[in-house]
Design a binder for this molecule. Sequence first.
Ligand code: ZN
Ligand code: ZN
Ligand code: ZN
Length: 384
Amino acid sequence: MTPFAPHVYADRRRRAAEQAARAGLDGILVTPGPDMTYFLGYTSDTAAERLTLLVVPAAGTVSESAPDGITEALAVVPRLEAHDLERNAVGPVEVLAWSDGDDEHAAAGRQMRAGGRYAISDSAWALHVLALQRSLPGTSYEPFTLALPMLRAVKSSEEIARLAAAGAGADAVFAEIVQRPFAGRRESDVAAELDALLREHGHEQVDFTLVCAGANGADPHHDAGPTLIHEGDLVVLDFGGLADGYGSDTTRTVHVGEPTVEEREVHDVVRAAQQAGFEAVRPGAACQDVDRAARRVIDDAGYGEHFIHRTGHGIGLTTHEPPYMVEGEGLPIEAGMCFSVEPGIYLPGRFGVRIEDIVVAFPEDAPQGARRLNESPRELVVVG
Ligand code: ZN
Ligand code: ZN
Ligand code: ZN
């Protein structure tokens, strides 16, 4: 992934420190993975049982919480990784290297405030969280995305440009795959082509290539398998990965040969639901309003019990992340949030239909609504 300018990472760490202070936290604790990439432009690939931890004290708490006088952020790293981190991390970060045999959790604990409250990466290993708890009793931890939900959810214009490029790459993949034969091939053959095409179109990582033919389409997360695709099948294609560090994720449902009236009707309902979800992105709307708008269309058409998942999820450095477009998520939609709108109808034993686009909320060219980052045709495409 091409790093952004150094000030981008410094700004992110400063924004995190400010948001942490406003949330009444003493700081944030970042473990290897997308959070670390976000704050350092680099993530450790060392074995995860060795503690690597970026400590960012909340703004205004430095003198209290950092007895060693951390001015901005401090990375606690295994000694064998310290050089790698110093060379690759972007921006001024202090490094505290520990050696095998040290009590690294106690060392990290000395950089924190005893009895303090910290947000920690959602995917931090229990091994480390529990050891930190033992080292610093009375200190409490909250998952990063619950404590500071907006931090990674709201994307900068540079991030949106990368998500748009990833989306355009995925659209190019769809345009090519529908030119190829489906009938008589295995789902896994088509999936292998999707994988190769994603890599041709700028993706360095492929996260999923779902190809769900006929009755398999009724299982939203059916993975491509040995099933042969037949004339008459609806085929759900859901694929994505990372292009220059940022995610794509799109779904289209195609038909092999001429569809029936019922298949067209169900597809039309999903398409209308997807459009309604897209249009629900309005000033003042909450995440759950996108779900409600899409679900209402499917309910009204009589298929409500067959729409069995939330309407969408955020996307960024990972292909699934907060915010979630789901009933009960009252977070307001903010400018720069990027997320999927992906309603579906799943008829067990028969077929499924899903249509998914990534959208960006309130972009400069559409300040009252959303802009799609996928523009593959949403009409039912007939393949051979
Ligand atoms: Zn059919
Ligand atoms: Zn998705
Ligand atoms: Zn998807």
